[in-house]
Write a protein that binds this ligand. Structure first.
Ligand SMILES: Cc1cc2nc3c(=O)[nH]c(=O)nc-3n(C[C@H](O)[C@H](O)[C@H](O)COP(=O)(O)O)c2cc1C
Length: 201
């Protein structure tokens, strides 16, 4: 198959499209962010890249805090809306009828409709060009109890998470495997083959 080389761009897919809340519960704003990810395990660290022109930019810079709220298929309309309207002239949480709750460790509120929210404290701001990268420590995980199983493990399979791919929103599909399953399966097959071979001998 022939492949084509294109000019460099930002196509990486799928990405999360998260709703980032900032400000305070009384005076909150929410913007949609796709430029986000995990960048360290211990301490747990994340980033969001925000254009300085966004209304949220100064709010996050001044408070040094924000909350990353995971989004679901049920929240797709609100996610898009918060990414195309500005808090400068629209009260987005009210317009989207989002319920805001006090976070446990930061001043920015949590969106109650989100299954899981990361409470974040900014440690560094890195200007990169069009966007500034807010590097932050995740200081608390705020999760809807429905997604904690009897063993205390977070289980988001039933949360209806969604993903963003090159300008389009998708619901996550069926489970294909789990971390490490490829080698676990091989080991199982290997021992099976061994015993099968031994039986043949
Ligand atoms: C799916 C999606 C992803 C987005 N990702 C980003 C992003 O990573 N960084 C950013 O600065 N703006 C991003 N935006 C645009 C902002 O969310 C948008 O400009 C928003 O209106 C800013 O709100 P504010 O002015 O209230 O802060 C995205 C928008 C959408 C719809």
């Amino acid at each position: 198959m022939a492949r084509k080389i294109l000019a460099p761009g930002t196509i990486l897919a799928p990405l999360p499209a998260v709703m980032v809340s900032c400000g305070t519960t009384e005076k909150a704003n929410v913007l949609t962010i796709a430029w986000t990810g995990i960048i360290n395990t211990k301490p747990p660290m994340t980033y969001i890249s925000v254009r300085p022109s966004r209304h949220s930019y100064d709010i996050i810079k001044e408070s040094g805090e924000f909350v990353i709220n995971l989004t679901t298929s049920k929240l797709v309309h609100e996610t898009d809306f918060c990414g195309v309207r500005s808090g400068r002239d629209t009260d987005k949480p009210a317009k989207c009828r989002l319920h805001l709750e006090e976070a446990s460790a930061v001043s920015a509120p949590v969106i109650a409709e989100s299954p899981l929210s990361l409470e974040c404290r900014v440690t560094e701001i890195k200007p990169l060009g069009t966007h500034d990268m807010f590097i932050a420590e995740i200081v608390a995980i705020n999760v809807d109890e429905r997604y904690i199983d009897s063993k205390g493990k977070i289980n988001l399979q039933q949360a209806g998470l969604m993903a963003y791919s090159h300008g389009e929103y998708f619901s996550l599909g069926r489970k294909l495997g789990e971390f490490g399953y490829s080698v676990a399966k091989k080991a199982k097959n290997k021992s099976y083959n061994h015993s099968a071979r031994n039986k043949r001998k």
